[in-house]
Design a protein around this ligand. Structure first.
Ligand code: AKG
Ligand code: FE2
Length: 352
């Protein structure tokens, strides 16, 4: 899928600029680059990441996604994620709501659990559509490993900036513990020009860090203090990274889990299928989502400065994640309250 075959992202739509962070500088712990990352992660919670070293793995995942998604719907439905809050597996277009009215999403996606990718050929959670299982060790696992490396590097930098004892954040995300960490391949069909049906409704991400790869536009953010959605312009070979709810809660709200959504690509790009790929790093299933204030004065101070917010959710990452997955499913919808049950930190009015 050569990126140049697409029409360019248009110049006449509102976009939000992101800081471009250089992963090679992060790896060498360049202090200025770390400060720029910190600015991005605390102000908006989104940034571009260049030189992440995963381009080849990403391209192979897109090719694999195209092959898997081309299977007949009835075949893909054999791997459906189900209605009980399990994420791993296939989600058909229209299976999730995009808002409280119950309007349906337009994307289909396949979620591949990190545990299945790393343990292959041992099945930890479930099996996947044929091409995915076939290439689990050759394509999926290398992508998962690269993504974990990138996200763990970023977590360890945040750990230091938050004044946490060494290894504290990584301990919340043990590689060998079962968790909601997963790769997601997403396809949105071409839409008639100017149709702005939401592909994915407004949300914050459920876990800690998302490592996202876009070729066409469509991703939008609601920046703090703004009432208008703005596009994130895709830049070839640059990942888009963002902070999710779990990390925002661990940090006592210092790191920002920002609202975003997906529309069809703007302008001439709307005539094309939109593909995206994400790796979500999420805490171990047993980890309780609460601010780590007892381990960091910086976090304790942030919690104390936001008395209106609840940083002690009383639930594990597994419970948080299952609830969010379960109640956005149309099959579980009873009314607008179901949508509210699927919400995370974005439902907290003080988060805006
Ligand atoms: O497709 C995209 O650009 C974003 C996807 C997303 O936000 C998600 O899957 O949580
Ligand atoms: Fe997201």
């Amino acid at each position: 899928m050569p990126a140049l075959a697409f029409p360019p992202f248009p110049d006449d739509v509102p976009t939000h600029p992101l800081l471009i962070i250089d992963y090679t500088l992060l790896k060498s712990r360049d202090p200025e680059e770390i400060d720029r990352l910190w600015e991005a992660a605390t102000k908006l919670g989104f940034w571009y990441l260049k030189n992440h070293g995963a381009t080849e793995e990403v391209n192979q995942m897109f090719d694999l996604g195209a092959e898997a998604m081309a299977l007949p719907l009835e075949e893909k439905l054999k791997f459906e994620q189900g209605d009980e809050g399990t994420s791993a597996g296939y989600k058909a277009a229209g299976a999730n709501a995009v808002d409280a009215t119950g309007e349906k999403d337009t994307v289909e996606f396949i979620n591949i659990a990190k545990n299945d990718a790393l343990a292959w050929p041992t099945v930890v959670h479930r099996k996947y559509p044929g091409p995915i299982d076939r290439e689990m060790a050759t394509v999926v696992r290398p992508f998962v490993e690269k993504s974990l490396e990138v996200n763990q590097t970023i977590l360890s930098i945040f750990n230091d900036k938050l004044g946490l004892p060494e290894g504290t954040l990584l301990d919340q995300h043990p590689i060998d513990e079962h968790s909601g960490c997963e790769a997601r391949l997403i396809k949105n069909p071409p839409m008639p020009h100017n149709v702005t049906k939401r592909a994915i409704g407004a949300h914050t991400d459920f876990g800690s860090l998302s490592f996202l790869h876009n070729r066409l536009g469509g991703l939008q953010v609601l920046a703090p203090g703004s009432d208008d959605w703005q596009y994130i312009r895709p830049i070839p070979n640059h990942a888009i990274c963002n902070v999710g709810d779990a990390l925002s809660i661990f940090s006592g709200g210092i790191l920002r889990s920002n609202m975003h959504r997906v529309l069809p690509p703007p302008g001439e790009q709307s005539a094309y299928e939109r593909w995206s790929l994400v790796f979500f790093t999420r805490p171990g299933n047993s980890k309780v989502l609460r601010a780590l204030g007892e381990s960091s004065p910086v976090i304790a101070k942030s919690v104390a400065s936001k008395p209106e917010k609840n940083f002690d959710t009383g639930v594990t990452a597994k419970e948080w994640f299952a609830r969010r997955v379960k109640y956005q499913r149309i099959a579980n919808r009873k009314g607008p309250e179901s949508w509210m049950s699927s919400r995370g930190t974005e439902a907290d009015p003080a988060a805006a």
